[in-house]
Design a protein around this ligand. Structure first.
Ligand SMILES: [Zn+2]
Length: 208
């Protein structure tokens, strides 16, 4: 008789922590405010359209638009200039369940607005930062189209909540949710109706 012993991974396999580049180790991204100083980080792929009505100051009406057509599921951009975020901020993106698991994009992707019916997805598979990317959603995106993602797909409890005015219609399953404060305040169904739910958000939701 032959006894086959199946090797079993130790029950407490060490979990490799994600270590992101320090802010000073990536290409600096001085946030542009208008066309005069703006140099696209991904020319030919997407660009920032500034809301000039706000003058020279900060505006939340600026947006990111596609510079060509994208097929469903196509990679819009890898997060290849990301860095560890010193603090959770309006500009940071959450990639894990820990209190310090936030990154800065350091590119024009910063200008992706939130939508309750988003056109792209922020894809952050657990502990695989080399694969983190923005992926085009199931409807694809046409040249000139807005590039938006559903903030609660990455954010659990946002630094700054806001009242959404995306205008997504109430007759679809992706109607506008109004107050956006993070996944903590939504049901799993509301999250799943709007596309990808990242691993860390699922884990936090399961433990809620
Ligand atoms: Zn909305």
């Amino acid at each position: 008789m032959t006894v086959t012993v199946t090797p079993v991974a130790p029950a407490t396999a060490p979990v490799k922590a994600v270590v992101l580049a320090a802010p000073e180790a990536v290409t600096p991204y001085p946030k542009p405010y208008n066309n005069e100083t703006y140099k696209p980080t991904h020319p030919g792929r997407f660009r920032v359209v500034f809301d000039q009505s706000a003058g020279a100051g900060e505006s939340f009406s600026s947006k990111l638009v596609a510079e060509r057509d994208y097929a469903p599921g196509e990679t819009l951009a890898l997060l290849d200039n990301k860095s560890a975020a010193p603090v959770k901020a309006y500009s940071s993106v959450q990639y894990g369940a820990g209190p310090n698991d936030h990154l800065e994009l350091n590119s024009d992707l910063l200008f992706m607005n939130h939508s309750c019916a988003p056109t792209v997805e922020m894809v952050l598979p657990s502990r695989q930062p080399e694969r983190w990317e923005v992926r085009v959603g199931p409807a694809g995106v046409k040249k000139g189209g807005d590039l938006t993602f559903f903030y609660p797909s990455t954010e659990w409890d946002m630094a700054q909540g806001f009242t959404c005015s995306c205008g997504a219609k109430t007759h679809t399953s992706q109607n506008c949710l109004g107050e956006i404060n993070g996944a903590k305040y939504l049901t799993l169904e509301q999250l799943e109706e709007r596309g990808l739910v990242n691993d860390h958000i699922r884990a936090l939701k399961a433990g809620q």
